[in-house]
Design a protein around this ligand. Structure first.
Ligand SMILES: [Mg+2]
Length: 177
């Protein structure tokens, strides 16, 4: 990717704020109204991991999120995750924890290619049948929109367990979006 393409990719939401405006926002994955998504024709969920399915740098999935994933499975949703984590070791343990495919984004989200393995895995579903669920506007929401998916922002508000640098990034995203 050339420098110009990179700048264009990352700067686009600054000029077009609608590019990172989510379709839905929830405090937690546990709150997602699955039946509503199903009735809208959504048949698959691509999750971000850190700050979405579990706190950053954690290996513990909150019980209510495990319950929600089970419900989604029972309803018939296909699921996988895409993470910007660069540790193969972490990805392998995440796959064991969630019993779902966890793809390492390469290049990182929001690049559309970061979702290619997930879209291949979810074939023959089309992007409009897929919801991308994540906690970052600039990576998850913007990336989800670029591939034509429905987008759900997870924004826990003041009870966030995010590390300080992620809080700072989200603060900036909030101000400029
Ligand atoms: Mg995240």
């Amino acid at each position: 990717m050339s420098l110009v393409e990179l700048v264009n990719l990352y700067a686009a939401p600054l000029i077009h704020p609608e590019l990172w405006k989510p379709n839905d926002t929830y405090h937690s994955v546990a709150g997602i109204y699955l039946e509503n998504l199903w009735s809208m024709g959504i048949r698959a969920l691509i999750f971000d991991v850190d700050g979405t399915l579990m706190p950053y740098h954690s290996y513990v999935v909150p019980k209510e999120i495990t319950k929600k994933l089970r419900q989604a499975d029972e309803l018939g949703f296909r699921m996988c995750a895409v993470t910007n984590t660069s540790s193969t070791e972490r990805v392998n343990s995440l796959e064991a924890i969630f019993s779902m495919n966890v793809f390492m984004a390469n290049p990182g989200k929001p690049h559309t290619n970061s979702f290619t393995p997930a879209l291949d895995f979810l074939h023959p579903l089309e992007p409009f049948q897929i919801a991308v669920v994540g906690d970052r506007k600039w990576t998850d929401i913007y990336g989800g929109k670029l591939i034509g998916a429905y987008t759900i922002l997870i924004s826990p508000g003041e009870y966030t367990q995010d590390p300080i640098h992620i809080r700072a990034i989200k603060l900036v995203e909030g101000i400029i979006s």
